[in-house]
Unconditional design. Sequence first.
Length: 272
Amino acid sequence: MRWETLHPDVLMFVGEDHQSVATAFIDGDDALLIDSLGSLEDARQLRRVLCGQLDKTVRVLAATHFMSDHTAGMSLFPEALTLAHRHYRHAFLSQNQPQAALYREPRAVFDGAMTLRWGRHQLRFEPNPGKTLDHLYVDVPSADLVCVGDNIVGRIVYLSKADPAMIRAAIQRVRGLGRGTVIGGHIGRFPAEALDHAIHYLDRLRETVIGLRADAIAVDQRIAAIAIETCLAPGVEPVAFEREWHRRNLQVVIAQSVFALDAALSASEVGA
């Protein structure tokens, strides 16, 4: 696990497992955590740094979405108030491999906007369904940052079982905040341009798949061969994590016939 100081009272942790991200906001001796990494080992290292080395007590732990690779540390902070969107069970059960051992019922759930004052910061929790129904973003204007969970994965997106249009709309809502730093669910922090890059990737992947489905020739094989570079925004060089999740996207597109409806609607418009 690695960690860095974004502001004197804001720390970011990135675990080894899935490069999952947690963000800590400090108020004196107390800490508020957004997400808690992807494995117990990573979460234990986070606790050693935050609670042992820095001598902070985690009082609140909120989830941007309730999937196992972001909630591993919930069991390690029994004194913390745990928060999640009311659709947290839907998100947990929608995973390909839910890990019951990492599951902990949140103490408080909500389904609308919520604002929490923590030290000098005002954190605004806003529902932002996209990759999952329970997704939310945490907007922190005083730190010029927003935590967005898995509605972006670096400069791309991961489709999983979601509606791509919902993911796109979720990213657009975050864009409207105008924050300079975007903290994703994986890899770490990015400049605001990452949101534009993620939308570009999603749009190009959609356009490419629609074109291949229209040809109706060896569709699955050609989808599987789509290079990530053809979907990335100009000047964006993919990192290994993005390459891996692009590969998984192609598997999802084939297995779940993603963009098939878009292709059918496009064909009907042409024929009209």
